[in-house]
Design a protein around this ligand. Structure first.
Ligand code: TYM
Length: 325
C-alpha cells in the first residue's frame, strides 16, 4: 500500500471544493499508511487571529472525522504538534532558491492581496514539502491548485537526494479528473475558496439545505441556454456539471446529455449536494458535543506521526552535516 499524506489549512470554512477536490479522495484512500494533517503552521502565513486559529484547528479536525476519516484506520494530527515539520522546513529553505519561491502563482496572487507580505507566505511551499517528506510519502491527494507546489516539492526531493544522498521519497500528486478545481458559483472564472470574498458563490460543507438550494439556484451561468460541458466557453454550466458528475462518480459529458434546461440541472445539483452534506453535518454536530474525545485522538495521532517524523528529520539533518546531539 502506498504511503499517503495530505494537509488542509484551518482557516475559514470548509467548502465543497475542499470536499470534491481533496477530502473525498482522502476518505477513499485511507489506510494504515495514510496520514492527514491540520496544517496550523501554514495558517499563520496570513493575518492571524489567535483564538480563531485555535478554534479553527479543532473544528477542522472534527470536520475531517465528519467527512468519514476513521482514526482507527488512518492517522489524523495537527502539524504544530510534531515539531519536525518546522525543523525540516528550515533545512529545505536552505536548499530552495528565491526565484523558485517567487515564481509560485499562489504566492504571486496572495502577495498582491494584502499590504504586508510576510516571509512565511514566501516559504509556505517549503513547509509543505517538509510535511510530505517527513512521512516518506508516495502519494499526495490534493486539488488542482496544489499542482505547482507539488512540482516544487518533487524538485526539492530530487535536488536534496542528488546533493546529500538518497534521503527523501519523490512523491506524486493525486488530483481528481473532475471537480479538481471547483469554481465560485457567482464568478465561475475564479476558484471557490475559503476566503470570505464571495459568500454567495461558496457552498460551505455545513450550509443547511435551504442555503445550498439558494446558492445553487442563483449560480451564474450564461445566456446560451444549452446544457453542454465546455469549461472554456461555458464555465458556470461546466462547473455545475462537474459538481454533479463528481458526486455521482460520472462523466460530466454524460451528465450533460440528461438535461434540457439550466433549471433542471440546478435542481439536481442542489439535491445531490444536500444529500451528500446532510450526514456530514449531522456527524459534525455530534462530534462537537465532545471535543475532549477529538483532542485525545489528535494527541494519539501526533504520537504516531512524531515517531516517523523524527526518524526522517534525523536522517536529513545528518545528511546535511548537522552534528548529532
Ligand atoms: P487548502 O487548505 O487550501 O485546501 C485543502 C485541499 O482542498 C483543495 N481545494 C480545492 N479543490 C477543488 N476545488 C477548489 N475550489 C479547492 N479549494 C481547495 C486543495 O487543493 C487542497 O488539496 N497547501 C495546502 C495545504 C498543505 C498540504 C501539505 C497539502 C500543507 N501541507 C502537504 C498536501 C500536502 C493548502 O493550502 O490547502
Amino acid at each position: 500500500m502506498a504511503r499517503i499524506f495530505s494537509g488542509i489549512q484551518p482557516s475559514g470554512q470548509l467548502h465543497i471544493g475542499n470536499y470534491l477536490g481533496a477530502l473525498r479522495n482522502w476518505v477513499r484512500e485511507q489506510n494504515d499508511d495514510a496520514l492527514y494533517c491540520v496544517v496550523d503552521l501554514h495558517a499563520l502565513t496570513e493575518d492571524v487571529d489567535p483564538a480563531e486559529v485555535r478554534r479553527g484547528s479543532l473544528e477542522l479536525a472534527v470536520g475531517l472525522l465528519a467527512v468519514g476519516l476513521d482514526p482507527e484506520v488512518c492517522t489524523i494530527f495537527v502539524q504544530s504538534h510534531v515539531p519536525e515539520h518546522a525543523r525540516l522546513s528550515w533545512l529545505l529553505e536552505c536548499t530552495v532558491t528565491y526565484g523558485e519561491l517567487t515564481r509560485m502563482t499562489q504566492f504571486k496572487d496572495k502577495s498582491k492581496r494584502g499590504d504586508v507580505v510576510r516571509g512565511g507566505l514566501l516559504t509556505y511551499p517549503v513547509l509543505m514539502a517538509a510535511d510530505i517528506f517527513l512521512y516518506n510519502t508516495e502519494v499526495v491527494p490534493v486539488g488542482d491548485d496544489q499542482r505547482q507546489h507539488m512540482e516544487l516539492t518533487r524538485v526539492l526531493a530530487e535536488r536534496f537526494n542528488n546533493r546529500f544522498g538518497e534521503t527523501f521519497v519523490v512523491p506524486e500528486a493525486m488530483v481528481p479528473t473532475f471537480a479538481a478545481r471547483v469554481m465560485d458559483l457567482q464568478d465561475p472564472t475564479r476558484k471557490m475558496s475559503k476566503s470570505e470574498l464571495s459568500p454567495q458563490g461558496t457552498v460551505n460543507m455545513y450550509d443547511d439545505a435551504d442555503t445550498v438550494a439558494r446558492k445553487v439556484r442563483r449560480a451564474v451561468t450564461d445566456t446560451d441556454g444549452e446544457v453542454r460541458w465546455d469549461r472554456e466557453g461555458k464555465p458556470g454550466v461546466a462547473n455545475l456539471l462537474e459538481i454533479l458528475a463528481a458526486l455521482g462518480d460520472e462523466d460530466p459529458k454524460a451528465v450533460a446529455e440528461r438535461y434540457e434546461t439550466y433549471g433542471a440541472l440546478k435542481d439536481d445539483v442542489a439535491g445531490a449536494l444536500i444529500e451528500a452534506l446532510a450526514p456530514i453535518r449531522a456527524r459534525r454536530d455530534e462530534l462537537l458535543e465532545d471535543p475532549a474525545v477529538v483532542r485525545a485522538l489528535l494527541a494519539r495521532g501526533a504520537d504516531r506521526a512524531g515517531e516517523m517524523a523524527s526518524v526522517t528529520y534525523a536522517r536529513a539533518a545528518a545528511a546535511m552535516g548537522l552534528l548529532a546531539p
